[in-house]
Every structure is written in C-alpha cells, then in structure tokens.
Design a protein around this ligand. Structure first.
Ligand SMILES: CC(C)(COP(=O)(O)OP(=O)(O)OC[C@H]1O[C@@H](n2cnc3c(N)ncnc32)[C@H](O)[C@@H]1OP(=O)(O)O)[C@@H](O)C(=O)NCCC(=O)NCCS
Length: 208
C-alpha cells in the first residue's frame, strides 16, 4: 500500500497522494472497475498511464469510494455521485485527487528542464527574471499547474493558457497567489496554492 500523504488545504478540501511503487498487476488486482473503466484502461498505450489511472482508484478506495462512485462528463471531467467535487491529476510516479465541497482543480507535474524553454508559450516570462535555473523550472512548472488547475475548474472549450489565464507575480516562498481567467467577456479571480513533493509541483486552484 503506497498511500503517500494527505494535505488539508482548506477545512472542506483535502488532497490525497499515492506514490506508485507497485507493479501494474498488483494495482489491478486490488481495484474493482466498471466495464467502461476497464475498456479505458485497456485502450491506454503506456503502462505508466495505466498505473496512474489505477492509483487514482486505489486512492478512491482508501477514501471509502470505488470506481463505481466516479463518472465523467462529455469533456472528460470527473464527478462523484455523492455531490462532492473531485479533481484528478497523475504524473509519472504519483497520482493525486482533490476532494472538496466547492469546485477546485488540481495539477501535479514532474519538474523538467524543458518547461523553461516552452515557458514563453504559456506564461509571462517576466515572472522568471532573476531566478536561478532550478527556481525557473520550479516557477514555470507551478504556473503551468495553475493554468491546468483553472482549466479543470472551468472545463470549457476555447480556453488558451497564454491568452486567457494570467498569474499575478508571486514568490516560490509564498506557496500561494492569485490568477485571473479572462474569457468570453468575463473576468474571474482564482486563488492558487502550491507545494513541492519530491521532484513534483503540486498545484491547486479555486475561485476567489
Ligand atoms: C484535460 C487536461 C487538463 C489534462 O491535464 P494533463 O496535465 O494532461 O493530465 P493530468 O494528469 O493532470 O489530468 C488528467 C485528469 O484530468 C481530468 N480531466 C480531463 N478532462 C478534464 C476536463 N475537461 N475538466 C476537468 N478535468 C478533466 C481527468 O480526471 C483526467 O484523469 P483521468 O481521466 O485518468 O481521470 C489537459 O490535457 C488539457 O486539455 N489542458 C488544456 C488544454 C490546453 O490549453 N493546453 C495547453 C495550452 S498552451
């Protein structure tokens, strides 16, 4: 069992993390899956993706839910039958779920050098000025996570990370900040929080 940890980010919102140390078959044997989930699992090309998917079900079971309590809308956004909100992310050796009373989004990303190269495509690179290379990687990964998290909350077609989601300036030591979504003539304020777990950035966002 590789339940890793839980992080209470709010009185009514908790993040649960699974560190994937098991073989595929060990995970597979421990979860009960709906037929649709089984079909999805079989259609996944990489074993790493399959393990991430199964680890989410392990987390659900750890919390007293099963795969049968989870369903997806037409955009691929997950929902729980009991009305609580859920957001899901997986990256390499970790899976994360965020269970909350209010709508929230989560993103987990492994830290990679390449993020700094592609940063101009999705963020305000002024926010990377005067940082050493490691901090540039960390901050750009957090900004990516902020935008993925807000996207997961809104779940609307047409949202572009560089054109519609704007992070305000923040420091890595702040562990939180603000961002705006400007889309379809509306401006919405979001709070974000982040932390680093092993060599991953864990980010969540919620409406302010
Ligand atoms: C859907 C998307 C948010 C997934 O993010 P990702 O980093 O690839 O993968 P993650 O592991 O973090 O998240 C995957 C989970 O997100 C959830 N998800 C998928 N579509 C979703 C949606 N429309 N809304 C909310 N959550 C969604 C699912 O639970 C999925 O996991 P599961 O299917 O195994 O349950 C992402 O692929 C996407 O479409 N992003 C926006 C597109 C974009 O603008 N990209 C770059 C612009 S520069």
């Amino acid at each position: 069992m590789s339940f890793y940890k839980e992080i209470a980010i709010h009185p009514t919102a908790t993040i649960y993390l699974w560190k994937i140390e098991e073989e595929f078959i060990a995970l597979f044997r421990q979860v009960s899956l709906k037929d649709t989930s089984l079909a999805r699992l079989e259609s996944m090309k990489s074993e790493s993706h399959q393990k991430g998917f199964l680890a989410v079900r392990m987390l659900l079971q750890h919390l007293g839910y099963t795969d049968f309590d989870l369903f997806y809308d037409a955009f691929g956004k997950p929902h729980l039958k009991d009305g609580k909100h859920i957001s899901i992310s997986h990256s390499n050796d970790f899976s994360a779920v965020l269970i909350s009373d209010a709508l929230m989004g989560i993103d987990l990303e492994i830290l990679k050098d390449k993020i700094v190269t592609i940063a101009p495509r999705f963020m305000d690179v002024n926010h990377l000025e005067n940082l050493n290379q490691l901090d540039k990687i960390k901050k750009a990964t957090v900004v990516w996570g902020i935008k993925e998290s807000i996207f997961k909350i809104k779940n609307e077609k047409g949202i572009s990370f560089p054109k519609h989601i704007f992070e305000e300036a923040f420091r890595l030591t702040d562990k939180r900040g603000l961002a705006q979504l400007k889309f379809n003539d509306l401006t919405e304020e979001y709070c974000f929080q982040f932390e680093f777990v092993d060599n991953y950035a864990l980010v969540c966002a919620f409406q302010n």
